[in-house]
Design a protein around this ligand. Structure first.
Ligand SMILES: N[C@@H](CCC(=O)N[C@@H](CS)C(=O)NCC(=O)O)C(=O)O
Length: 211
């Protein structure tokens, strides 16, 4: 059975998984779940992802949710080397990945941001909400990279889980007009990531549904 990723082109969590699928060299196809029309909260998506989110990956007879869990599954079953072997290295890579996936990303989810805008009665805009969390979050991430353990990538000289979280978050920052020019450590790592064919192939522009 072919591997299927239920995703949305601009979804950061989906984008992370697309990079991992590319690094694994798997034959897979994407099925779009439209977050703007609320398709994610429809019966079909809820049956595969009870949280009403994307991504969901169908692979090896399994249905997997939660992007980091999916990536760790691919890492373990396809030997991607996305987590260092040593405990200290693993803890550092996970801390970097979680700084994005568990701190910046959840508060900037569309449903959360839209709720904040509505509840504020107009005092908060989508742009001001995103700027409030993405800019400082990425600045802290850049500081976390100020370590001898940082190499060409977030940890050493090969991509890890942390880099797979960073690329989509930077795409999202650009989407919301956040100025990241001063984040030089992140900038250098982004240049290295953008050289990798699997990263290029995972870019949202390749997954935008035709209107
Ligand atoms: N922790 C989850 C987050 C998934 C998530 O938040 N997905 C977003 C798109 S990036 C979504 O489906 N949002 C729907 C909504 O906000 O209604 C994961 O990593 O898979």
């Amino acid at each position: 059975m072919q591997t299927v990723l239920y995703d949305y082109w601009r979804s950061s969590a989906s984008y992370r998984v697309r990079i991992a699928l590319g690094l694994a060299g798997l034959d897979w196809r994407a099925v779009s779940v439209d977050l703007l029309t609320g398709e994610n909260r429809g019966a079909d998506n809820l049956a595969r992802n009870p949280q009403g989110l994307v991504p969901t990956l169908e692979i090896d007879g399994l249905r997997l949710t939660q992007s980091l869990a999916i990536i760790e599954y691919l890492d373990e079953t396809r030997g991607l080397g996305l987590l260092p072997a040593d405990a200290a290295g693993k803890a550092r890579v996970r801390a970097l990945a979680y700084a994005i996936a568990m701190e910046i990303h959840p508060v900037c989810n569309l449903s959360v941001a839209r709720h904040a805008v509505q509840a504020s009665g107009g005092a908060i805009t989508m742009e001001s909400w995103m700027a409030r969390f993405i800019g400082p979050g990425l600045a802290a991430f850049d500081q976390m990279l100020d370590s001898p353990a940082t190499g060409r990538f977030c940890h050493g000289d090969r991509p890890t889980l942390a880099d797979l979280c960073l690329v989509p978050q930077m795409y999202n920052a650009a989407r919301w007009g956040i100025d990241t020019a001063g984040l030089t450590r992140i900038g250098a790592i982004m240049a290295a990531m953008n050289d990798i064919p699997a990263v290029q192939a995972a870019h949202p522009d390749h997954f935008k549904p035709e209107s």
